[in-house]
Design a protein around this ligand. Structure first.
Ligand code: HEC
Length: 328
């Protein structure tokens, strides 16, 4: 009965709700809505975590019905999705880190009021593309460090360089991770696109973060330094969080990486420290940059030692309380 009433409500509300939202222009899911979801929600409602069983990376899951649907098309005011953005009468306000700007909330509400249209190609549930055998062979050769097999395969079947293997991974990603800079160069020359993203939005650039030469090649081939995977960890935030990547950080910043972009939920002071210090003086001479990087590394070293010390204290079993033992 409840379910019937609910569906009746949803059926009855449309006209009313869309009349209310009529003042806003048409909201495009692709350019206006999905980027907001990716930036603010997917880290907790996506492939890795589904808080409250709710996910926003798959259309069918996000738009599932029920007596009180989370997203009720044409009815923003009656959608928990919207109600949780504006207040806490339905539990914790979303996102937990802090309310979105009103303009963003209005976009999301208008999208629901206009029917919560969600194009098929962004539904996140198309049948996964079958892995390309040529790409798989290239990837296997790279994975096992067999340079000769890699070159042989690339000569025999250059199309494999542009194809994808399992989970959307590409030969270029494998070259970035396991191969040599030369393998990266050869794949780019064979037409590999550095901006293809695998499942989860990861690109080759993120996998080359330990190797400044590969980063340089990928950036020269047009890799987007601000590509943002679903967890929000951009190449810059990844590089800034690791030792020995100062040259990579500098290169990414030179190519326009946005130092203000922080991860959706995993920002650390450490990453910010490295990013912000270098960003503040992007056009300094080499010596000054070296000094700044030195300072960053020292600060990081200290933080690292502190973190290690904290971990040890956590690991230590709690001392038995002598008072408690006396009572027992
Ligand atoms: C840091 C993690 C985190 C982020 C980021 C986050 N959520 Fe949540 N969300 C939760 C948790 C935890 C719950 C369960 C507690 C609750 O419902 O109050 C939840 C529950 C919800 C629910 C209720 C689902 C249901 O079935 O009742 C909605 C709707 C929701 N979130 C929407 C959003 C939206 C929209 C965003 C982005 C603007 C977002 N959340 C970002 C952690 C998060």
């Amino acid at each position: 009965m409840k379910a019937v009433l609910g569906s009746l409500l949803v059926v009855l509300m449309p006209g009313f709700a869309s009349a209310q939202g009529a003042t806003t222009g048409k909201v495009d899911f692709r350019t206006a809505v999905q980027p907001l979801l990716k930036e603010h929600c997917i880290s907790c409602h996506g492939p890795t975590q589904q808080m409250n069983g709710f996910r926003l990376d798959k259309r069918s899951a996000a738009l599932r019905g029920g007596s009180f649907p989370v997203i009720a098309p044409f009815n923003g005011d009656g959608s928990r999705f919207y109600l949780k953005l504006v207040g806490n009468q339905f539990g914790q306000q979303m996102p937990p880190a802090g309310k979105l700007p009103d303009s963003d909330i209005q976009i999301l509400k208008a999208w629901i009021d206009q029917g919560a249209e969600w194009p098929d190609d962004l539904a996140g549930e198309g049948a996964p593309k079958a892995p390309d055998p040529g790409a798989m062979r290239l990837m296997a050769a790279l994975r096992s460090g067999d340079g000769a097999a890699f070159t042989r395969e690339l000569v025999a079947n250059p199309a494999g360089a542009k194809a994808s293997g399992a989970a959307g991974s590409t030969p270029l990603m494998y070259a970035a991770l396991y191969g040599t800079a030369d393998a990266v160069r050869q794949l780019v020359a064979a037409g590999a696109d550095p901006n293809v993203a695998g499942d989860g939005g990861t690109t080759a650039l993120m996998m080359a973060i330990h190797d400044v030469e590969k980063i340089r090649l990928l950036l020269e081939a047009g890799a987007n330094p601000n590509a943002r995977p679903d967890d929000g960890r951009t190449p810059l935030t990844v590089a800034a969080s690791q030792f020995g990547t100062s040259a990579v950080v500098k290169l990414l910043l030179d190519k326009g990486a946005n130092a203000a972009a922080v991860t959706a939920s995993r920002t650390t002071a450490l990453r910010l420290a490295a990013g912000v210090v270098i960003l503040a003086w992007p056009d300094l001479g080499l010596a000054t940059v070296a000094v700044i990087i030195g300072i960053v590394l020292i600060v990081r070293g200290v933080l690292f030692i502190v973190a290690g010390w904290q971990l040890r204290t956590l690991d230590r079993a709690p001392e038995p309380d002598p008072g408690a033992r006396a009572v027992a």
